[in-house]
Design a protein around this ligand. Structure first.
Ligand code: SMG
Ligand code: MG
Length: 377
């Protein structure tokens, strides 16, 4: 294909309730949507990508406005004006053409997603078909933010279980760990699939506290230590019975390979944005599967666009645990696409060409703070 236009849509979408993690509270989703216009063998086509970076560099080094800058100044030129003459751009080669830009996986992932969406729409193939999905629906887990009290946590969890979510993930932080987990276990029983996510808030010194979580038979503890602490995660794994799952630490297939060989991860949370795109996400899935390491699909408070693509990814055979793939209504009263629904604890995998859904113009416009045409041929 030949890219003819690139537009960046900067959105601010209110959340239905504040979402608190160990690193902060979100009230709105400051989103960045990439719109790529392209000429293909099948005619002109538009592709959409979602950048999962947060408003501030607290979950990871990237942040949404920084991503927009990297996309505009370095990634788009690499795929357009600086692309060597005669080179045909494909989704599969986007990563190669932007490899000289150090880091910035979320910015790269957003661009690759838009190019892949365009390519698949032109070819009439769905994301799930292309990625190698083998399921029509995927189980839907929900991530529960840190609440003001244990009572409030129980009310919120009760609501999600009543709605039908099949797995609960509680956000934890030092001082908010054993107590809420104990309360959820004793109220809802041992059969509720339950896991926790620390977002890197602990150190190895906290191992005795984290070990107290062993008695609750959690599916896993997600990213207890800092992003770069692979060796320390391996050390922690040897001291806990609860399996350790890495999120922030796995930024590429290489880091996934390191984590697995060091014994730092019994489980891996795969987020396409965090690892540089859906293609690298599939490589990590394949690597983990070959090593007998379970994976599941994480969430970054995506709109329906990213959620639909995540459901497609989660339909691959190695995704054996429920993902953070909840309904649009988990975070949004109004989404920018047709809402993603959860029915009987599952989300349907879209089957129409490309990402199964695209932003609805009026909805996109309603949440838009800015729109920039960063390239036009
Ligand atoms: O999209 O359901 C979702 C959010 C899931 O908890 C979630 N994501 O560390 O896994 C994680 C967090 C990162 C985003 S926190 C604002
Ligand atoms: Mg996480």
């Amino acid at each position: 294909m030949i890219i003819t236009t690139v537009r960046l849509h900067r959105l601010s979408i209110p959340l239905v309730a504040p979402f608190t993690t160990s690193f902060g509270t979100e009230l709105t989703r400051e989103a960045l949507i990439v719109e790529v216009g392209a000429e293909t063998a099948h005619g002109p086509v538009t592709g959409w990508g979602e950048c999962v970076a947060m408003d501030e560099p607290l979950y990871s080094a990237e942040y949404v406005d920084g991503c927009a800058e990297v996309i505009r100044r370095w990634l788009v030129p690499a795929l357009t004006s600086s692309l060597p003459a005669g080179v045909e751009l494909t989704a599969e080669t986007v990563g190669h053409h932007v490899r000289h830009v150090v880091g910035h996986p979320m910015a790269k992932a957003a661009v690759e997603m838009a190019v892949l969406d365009a390519q698949l729409r032109a070819a009439g193939q769905s994301f799930a078909q292309y990625l190698g999905g083998v399921r029509d629906t995927v189980p839907s887990g929900v991530s529960v933010g840190i609440q003001d009290s244990v009572e409030q946590t129980l009310r919120v969890v009760d609501g999600y279980l009543t709605e039908g979510y099949v797995r609960i993930k509680l956000k934890i932080a030092p001082g908010w760990d054993v107590e809420p987990v104990r309360a959820v276990r004793s109220t809802f029983g041992d059969d509720v699939p339950l896991q926790v996510d620390a977002n890197a808030a602990y150190t190895l010194v906290d191992a005795p506290t984290l070990r107290r979580l062993d008695e609750f038979d959690l599916l896993l503890i997600e990213q207890p230590l800092a992003e770069n602490d692979l060796r320390q995660h391996a050390e922690l794994a040897s001291r806990l019975r609860t399996p350790i799952c890495l999120d922030e630490s796995v930024v590429s297939a290489e880091s996934a390979a390191d984590a697995i060989s060091l014994g730092a991860a019994q489980v891996i949370n795969i987020k396409p944005g965090r690892v540089g795109g859906y293609l690298e996400a599939v490589r990590i899935h394949d690597l983990a599967k070959a090593h007998g390491v379970a994976v599941w699909c994480g969430g970054m408070v995506e709109t329906g666009l990213g959620r639909s693509a995540n459901a497609a990814l989660a339909s691959l055979p190695g995704f054996v645990l429920p993902g953070d793939i909840s309904a649009s209504s988990r975070f949004y009263e109004l989404d920018i696409t047709e809402p993603v629904e959860m029915v009987s604890g599952r989300v349907a995998v879209d089957t129409t060409p490309g990402v199964g859904r695209a932003p609805v113009a009026d909805l996109l416009a309603g949440f838009r703070m800015a729109e920039h045409e960063v390239f036009a041929r």
